[in-house]
Design a protein around this ligand. Sequence first.
Ligand SMILES: Nc1ncnc2c1ncn2[C@@H]1O[C@H](COP(=O)(O)OP(=O)(O)OP(=O)(O)O)[C@@H](O)[C@H]1O
Ligand SMILES: [Mg+2]
Length: 232
Amino acid sequence: MHKGIFITGTDTGVGKTFVAIGLLKAMKEMGYNVCPMKPVETGCGTFNGRLVPADALKLVCAIEADEPLKLINPYRFKQPLAPAVAAELEGAVIRKQDIFSVYKQLSKKYDLTIVEGAGGIMVPVYKKYLFLDLIKDLNLPVIIVARPGLGTINHTLLTIEAARNKGLRILGVIFNHSVKIKNDLSVRTNPDVIEKLGGVPLLGIIQYMKDSSGHHVQNVFNSIAEQIIRKL
Ligand SMILES: Nc1ncnc2c1ncn2[C@@H]1O[C@H](COP(=O)(O)OP(=O)(O)OP(=O)(O)O)[C@@H](O)[C@H]1O
Ligand SMILES: [Mg+2]
């Protein structure tokens, strides 16, 4: 079984963290020893002069992960920019070796490490080194979180194509309604189009959920988690 999965998205704000949390909870419930990782987080607020990585904290809290935050999230920056750009502006250097070493530590200890990117796969981690390169170097299979409505065919197929060209293994696409939109004709037809043209499995469709703590939500994630585990 693979020791990790990488959650990417077609864009920022599509629901990567929301999906990662749902999967972490579902897999923990299934008896797997799971841990999140958010290698680089940008756009962090500050509290008492320290940067607060909101995504990493949400991921940790969701399953009460018992690891120091510096392992779950080795790099964090204030500016809401691509990691490479934020790091340069803030006078920091992101070393891929640090990310590899943290991932190695976590993957030794856990059955599964769920790694969340920042933005999409063509976002630079440092200089010209993209998340695509990081995923390849970490040898992780990928889940693509996509928007459900108009415009998603282009974004999702481009993401699939870029991942394939890099030789990444795509486990499937999850359509997530991170905002409440009308269930129009595009929303109803897009999953089928992307599955056929992209040649990737549709893992699930997650509706907009006002209350993300209910049973109904977890049932959807349980079904997606089972499919993923079977593929690892
Ligand atoms: N299915 C959903 N139902 C309700 N709210 C959702 C759903 N999916 C995501 N959201 C909300 O939408 C917002 C964006 O989601 P999220 O933070 O998971 O996106 P992201 O892709 O991780 O963003 P980033 O690129 O900043 O990491 C959050 O406030 C989240 O709680
Ligand atoms: Mg996120």
